[in-house]
Design a protein around this ligand. Structure first.
Ligand code: EPU
Length: 438
């Protein structure tokens, strides 16, 4: 990964629509996949580095385009980042407040860049960044971030697509408060944890999100000197400290990448193993796959899946952790399209995350959607087609369907896939899948 590439080149790469996957379905997979570090942790840990004056050495960082864009955003603030293999050395001694327009494209390219707002307010007392828009999976409001930061003493102004925020307390330092989130939001919980870490006094977050990535953030910040308790529960207490130092930290394994490859094994009825994964973070997914007819063998950071030849249909409702992750809804739907029976899949987290249905149906699946509930009648055969993924997980789901289908499947939308999966086609190819990136 070359952090010194010009921003324009990186964005061009991220936005490129020319690449695609070519898959010849029907192969049985065999072997082991090493799971990378979690995208949704790594990106937030990178934002959290803004809080320290020191050197953050992050290990197990996935080599994906979202990390590249986030690196560019930090570099544009004067932060020195060195990257080698899956390690990032982030030197945050010198940081300057980002001066607006130069960053517009970068911030716009990556929604998670909005998570810089908490650390910027904590460190500089002000921030001005573009408003993150909605995206294809839903409108993705930021009201919970804004309303809770207001309670810590921030005032906001929206003007010309920018959000200007300023800490309005006598010494420009955020003030601890008790926040009752109206909904469980991963991002808002993370923004508040980061902001409150350097606030004056104690912040209590009620109805906090409980995802493993939140525990990862709290663990890293605590190593940096923060005082955060209760991460992973619905109530998190953060006692603000004066400053945070650097640290060495290893990102947790990506549970969504692991879940995607478990489903790849199930859809091809293949036994594979995953190493460097965290089975505890996948309990709900494993239970659903067991109900379908998959067996599992576990040991520390290792998981083996042994699917039956005939898999039964199972219903799922997506919900915040520890519920079934919305990020695996599309891959699980591809699996259910090939199972024996009828499955109901209800998406409750995002209002518009079923674009893959049309594409799966074009491959021969039998799926109807009403009120965000998909009724999936399993079919025996899917056929290869040219399909288009419109978000990260939908694109992965279509590739999995291609592994099962008869004939050749072309999956477009690789620019989404590469935002979140390192070496997706290479890893599957090493297991024996006929899959090429073109
Ligand atoms: N919400 C609000 N107001 C807010 C924030 C969220 O109403 O201010 C709502 C959202 O509209 C949504 C729900 O709360 O209906 C949950 O959204 P959340 O804030 O938890 O999502 P996020 O933080 O924006 C992260 C992941 C997503 C993942 C969701 C849910 C990152 C960078 N992104 O998004 O990951 O789907 O949590 O688990 O951590 C992906 O990896 O493919 C992906 C989209």
């Amino acid at each position: 990964m070359n952090i010194n590439n010009s921003t324009a080149n990186i964005l061009k790469n991220v936005m490129s629509h020319n690449n695609y996957l070519e898959i010849e379905g029907g192969e049985i997979l065999k072997g082991n996949i090493k799971i990378n570090g979690a995208k949704n942790s790594a990106l937030v840990l990178m934002a959290a580095s803004i809080l320290s004056r020191g050197q953050i050495n992050l290990f197990n960082v996935p080599r994906i385009s979202d990390v590249l864009v986030m690196s560019e955003i930090l570099t544009a603030m004067g932060i020195n980042i060195k990257s080698s293999s899956n390690q990032l050395k982030i030197n945050t001694y010198e940081i300057s407040l980002p001066s607006q327009d130069v960053f517009f494209d970068l911030f716009n390219a990556l929604r998670v860049s909005f998570f810089c707002i908490g650390p910027l307010l904590a460190r500089f007392g002000k921030a001005k960044i573009p408003l993150p828009g909605g995206c294809l999976i839903g409108s993705r409001p930021i009201d919970e971030h804004i309303n809770s930061l207001k309670q810590l003493g921030v005032i906001f102004e929206f003007k010309n697509n920018y959000l200007s925020a300023e800490v309005n307390t006598p010494n420009k330092r955020l003030l601890g408060a008790t926040i009752n989130f109206k909904c469980k939001s991963v991002g808002a919980t993370e923004t508040l944890i980061m902001a409150a870490s350097l606030a004056k006094g104690t912040t209590i977050l009620n109805n906090a999100a409980q995802e493993p990535e939140i525990i990862d953030l709290a663990n890293m910040l605590n190593l940096m000197g923060a005082q955060i308790k209760g991460a992973g529960s619905e109530c998190i207490t953060i006692k603000g400290v004066e400053s945070l130092k650097g640290c060495n930290y290893t990102v947790i394994p990506d549970r969504i990448e692991a879940g995607t490859f478990l489903i790849a094994a199930a859809i091809t009825r293949s036994e594979i193993s995953l190493s460097q994964c965290e089975p505890n973070h996948l309990q709900t997914v494993i239970k659903k796959l067991e109900l379908c007819g998959c067996k599992f063998e576990y040991s520390k950071q290792f998981l083996r899946i042994i699917p039956n030849k005939i898999l039964k249909s199972v219903d799922i409702n997506t919900s915040p952790y520890p519920g079934f992750p919305t990020d695996l809804q599309a891959p699980f739907m591809a699996l259910m399209a090939t199972a024996d029976g009828t499955s109901k899949i209800k998406e409750t987290v995002f209002e518009n995350r079923m674009h893959h249905v049309k594409e799966l149906n074009s491959m021969g699946a039998n799926i109807t959607v009403k009120d965000n509930v998909a009724t999936v009648v399993g079919v025996k055969y899917l056929r290869g087609r040219v399909v288009l993924g419109t978000d990260l997980r939908a694109t992965a789901a279509l590739a999995l369907a291609g592994l099962y289908a008869n004939g050749k499947t072309i999956v477009r939308g690789l620019e989404y896939l590469e935002r979140g999966y390192e070496a997706f086609s290479k890893k599957l190819g090493e297991l024996g899948a006929k899959i090429l990136k073109k």
